[in-house]
Design a protein around this ligand. Structure first.
Ligand code: AR6
Length: 174
């Protein structure tokens, strides 16, 4: 049984009102293309300012890990920046690293009393992770945590493209 707390929606994550939205960042935390570019553009410079402070303190963010900043001008309260794995044939621990992104982001939210959180399809754009595998990993990882940790009320999987939307919807129906 998949938790009813997980909901798949199609759209632009920068328009979502949640306690936190997750950014598919890179380890420099200095912005980039894809959803990362969209979040920094729509959220304004205060997000990058906080990222710079994190980099000064801890030197970036490793693959699979997550950090928290303001959401600046976005409708959400916080951005959780996580770094997905670059797909490299599947023999470089990519699946575990992607699962870690979902797990560490959810735990970081819960540790900050954030109860609603929206994820994009991490790694499935520029980083080239196969979308079907990524959909299964996202749903299974989130579901497993939500079965035992009740600090989170709602998780939105925000799919930008039709293919991810169809795959995640299918996965939720299993
Ligand atoms: N809202 C929701 N999802 C989006 C949006 C949006 N506004 N825009 C794109 N997506 P990507 P990655 C989807 O490439 O693969 C950046 O340069 C997109 O359709 O944003 O993890 C970073 O700085 C795709 O399904 O992230 C890194 O260098 C998903 O978001 C690198 O890209 C992820 O695509 C990270 O690559």
């Amino acid at each position: 049984m998949i938790s009813e707390k997980i909901e798949c929606i199609q759209g632009d994550i920068t328009k979502i009102s949640a306690d936190a939205i997750v950014n598919a960042a890179n380890s420099s935390l200095m912005g980039g293309g894809g959803v990362d570019g969209a979040i920094h553009r729509a959220g304004g410079p205060s997000i990058l300012e906080e990222c710079r402070k994190i980099v000064a303190k801890q030197g970036g963010c490793k693959t699979g890990e997550a950090v928290l900043t303001t959401a600046g001008d976005l409708p959400s309260r916080h951005v959780i920046h996580t770094v997905g794995p670059v797909w490299n044939g599947g023999t470089h621990d990519e699946e575990q690293l992607l699962a870690n992104c979902y797990k560490n982001s959810l735990h970081l939210a819960a540790d900050h009393q954030l109860r609603t959180i929206a994820f994009p399809n991490i790694s499935t754009g520029i980083y080239g992770f196969p979308k079907d595998m990524a959909a299964a990993i996202s749903v299974q990882t989130l579901n497993q945590i939500l079965q035992t940790d009740n600090r989170i009320d709602k998780v939105f999987l925000v799919c930008f493209d039709d293919e991810n939307y169809d795959l995640v919807t299918q996965e939720l129906g299993k």
